[in-house]
Ligand binder design. Structure first.
Ligand code: PAF
Length: 281
C-alpha cells in the first residue's frame, strides 16, 4: 500500500492505479478505523476498483464547541487496517493541503442538509460536503463509499453529487453493528462501561418503533413513546423522527423509502442511528 501525504504523491499513485484498473473507489474517513470503515474498504475492493482511503480529521465540519481536539487518532493502527483490507493507497493530507490559506470556496447546502444534524451542528454539512468535494477531485474517484450509519450525511453527499453533476457514483454501505446491535462509531470508545451496556437500547427502541410504524398508522404517538422510552433508559434524545429517506423531510406516517432517524446523548457521547421502515432484516 502506498501512503501519500502530498498532492503530487497522490496524483502519481492514482495515475499508476488508472493504468492497471478500470475504476478507482474512494473511502473517505477521519481515521480511528473500526469494522464499519473496514466494511467500506471491503466493498470497494470487492467491486474490483483500486481503492484509495483518505484519513483526514476535517476541522471544517466541527463547530468551535465540538470535539475536534479529542477526536481519536491512531495512524499506525489505521494504516495497518487499510493494508489488511487490500487498500491500494492511503491518502493523508494535511490541513494546509485541504484548506490553503487563500481558499475562499465552500459548499452551501439546503434540502437534506436542513434539520436534524443540520440544526444540531450548524455548519457541519458545509464542512462535510466541502471536504468530500475536494477529496473527489483530488482522487478523481469513479465511486465513493459511505456508510448508512450517517444517513443524513449520505443523502447530503448524494444530493451534492447530483446537483453539481460530479462524475462519480455514491455507493451506500449497510451499517455495521456490534453483536448487541450498537452501530459502530469511532466515538463509542468514549462510552463508560455502564453507558456501553445501555447504548444498544437506542437501536432496540428504533427497531421497536419501526415495527409499530410499519402498519402505516400515525407516527406522532409512536415517536413520543419511543422518546419517553429513551429518556427512561438514561438517554437525552435530540430527535427521534420519521422522515422521507432521500429528502430527510419529516413525514406523518410510514411510506415507501421512509427512514426512522435518531440522535441521543448518553453521558458525553452523542449517538446516531437509523433504520428503514418497515425494518429490513
Ligand atoms: O463520516 C466521516 O467520517 C466524515 O464525515 C467524512 C465523510 C470522512 C468527511 O470528513
Amino acid at each position: 500500500m502506498i501512503v501519500a501525504r502530498t498532492l503530487p504523491d497522490l496524483r502519481a499513485a492514482c495515475a499508476a492505479l488508472r493504468r492497471t484498473h478500470d475504476a478507482i473507489g474512494l473511502v473517505p474517513t477521519m481515521g480511528a478505523l473500526h469494522e464499519g470503515h473496514r466494511s467500506l474498504v471491503r466493498h470497494a475492493v470487492a467491486s474490483g476498483a483500486a481503492t484509495v482511503a483518505s484519513i483526514f480529521v476535517n476541522p471544517l465540519q466541527f463547530a468551535a464547541n465540538e470535539d475536534l481536539g479529542r477526536y481519536p487518532r491512531d495512524e499506525a493502527g489505521d494504516l495497518a487496517a487499510l493494508e489488511d483490507e487490500g487498500c491500494a493507497v492511503a491518502w493523508l493530507p494535511d490541513v494546509a493541503t485541504m484548506y490553503p490559506p487563500d481558499a475562499t470556496t465552500t459548499i452551501s447546502l439546503e434540502g437534506p442538509a436542513l434539520r436534524w444534524e443540520g440544526d444540531a451542528r450548524p455548519g457541519h454539512f458545509r464542512g462535510v460536503a466541502t471536504v468530500c468535494a475536494k477529496l473527489f477531485g483530488q482522487v478523481r474517484a469513479d465511486r465513493a463509499y459511505f456508510g448508512e450509519k450517517d444517513w443524513q450525511q449520505l443523502q447530503v453527499i448524494r444530493r451534492m453529487v447530483a446537483d453539481l453533476l460530479l462524475p462519480l457514483e455514491i455507493v451506500p454501505v449497510e451499517t455495521v453493528r456490534e453483536a448487541d446491535g450498537l452501530a459502530m462509531s469511532s466515538r463509542n470508545r468514549f462510552l463508560s462501561e455502564e453507558e456501553r451496556r445501555r447504548a444498544p437500547r437506542l437501536f432496540a427502541v428504533l427497531q421497536a418503533c419501526a415495527g409499530d410504524l410499519a402498519g402505516g398508522g400515525a407516527a406522532a404517538p409512536v415517536l413520543a413513546r419511543g422518546e419517553a422510552q429513551l429518556r427512561a433508559e438514561g438517554f437525552a434524545p435530540d430527535y427521534l423522527a420519521l422522515v422521507d429517506g432521500p429528502s430527510l423531510a419529516p413525514i406523518s406516517a410510514a411510506a415507501p423509502g421512509a427512514r426512522l432517524i435518531a440522535a441521543a446523548r448518553l453521558g458525553s457521547v452523542r449517538l446516531l442511528d437509523n433504520v428503514g421502515v418497515p425494518p429490513r432484516a
